[in-house]
Ligand binder design. Structure first.
Ligand code: CU
Length: 224
């Protein structure tokens, strides 16, 4: 081995040692840093939990939190226990104000498909109802034998807006011809429901026309 080569290998060994030293130092530094990060996190984690549970955590310490417990108990005792009133959604229909009212013919309304909207209305004697053919392929026709005695029948054409004046007191039931099977019907009460029993009686047979929504008429009459 020449002198030059020996020097070269000595330099290599030194270089290697330096590299190993650098690796060891950086590893130690990294480990320390990680440890301190973990520590910091732990501390902050504990702090957060502690602050979150403080009101309860303090109560659970014997003797120390008794004041808080007492005040809490007093608060609970003094709180008036008033039960929430149960509000049943009433579908009973109120008298509509004004002398003109609009009933829309709809494919889809608030109460289902193929409906008059409103389906049930209470008005005063002499008021006018405007049937609006809002959606396509509907009409308004009074149901035979389901209007007050002496009242004028009406027959709207398909897609026809029709206005009728109601001069006779009592209940009027009307239908949409194409959708009678789906119980597309409506109820108007003018003044008092003087013919309620007759309507109820007639409805037994009339309901046989419904293939869907069979309970609609009873539902509607129940809101008067
Ligand atoms: Cu219809």
């Amino acid at each position: 081995m020449s002198i030059n080569k020996k020097k070269q290998s000595n330099r290599d060994i030194k270089l290697g040692l330096v590299l190993v030293l650098i690796i060891i130092i950086s590893t130690v530094v990294m480990l320390q840093k990680t440890a301190s990060l973990v520590n910091e996190r732990r501390v902050s984690k504990f702090e957060t939990i502690e602050s979150r549970i403080e009101p309860f955590g303090r109560v659970s310490i014997p003797n120390e939190g008794s004041e808080i417990v007492d005040s809490l108990e007093e608060e609970i005792e003094s709180a008036e226990i008033t039960p929430e009133p149960i509000i049943l959604e009433s579908k009973m229909v109120e008298l509509s104000t004004g002398s003109e009212h609009t009933i829309k013919m709809l494919n889809v309304g608030p109460e289902g498909t193929m409906v008059f909207d409103p389906a049930v209305i209470k008005v005063s004697v002499g008021d006018t109802i405007h049937f609006k053919a809002t959606d396509f392929a509907h009409n308004s026709v009074s149901v035979p034998n389901m209007i007050p005695n002496g009242a004028t029948r009406w027959t709207g054409l398909l897609n026809e807006d029709i206005s009728i004046q109601l001069d006779n007191e009592g209940i009027y039931v009307f239908q949409c011809d194409p959708h009678l099977m789906m119980a597309m019907i409506g109820v108007i009460q003018v003044g008092d429901a003087v013919n309620y029993e007759e309507i109820k009686q007639t409805s037994i047979n009339f309901k046989k026309n419904f293939m869907m929504n069979a309970d609609r008429l009873d539902d509607y009459l129940g809101r008067l």
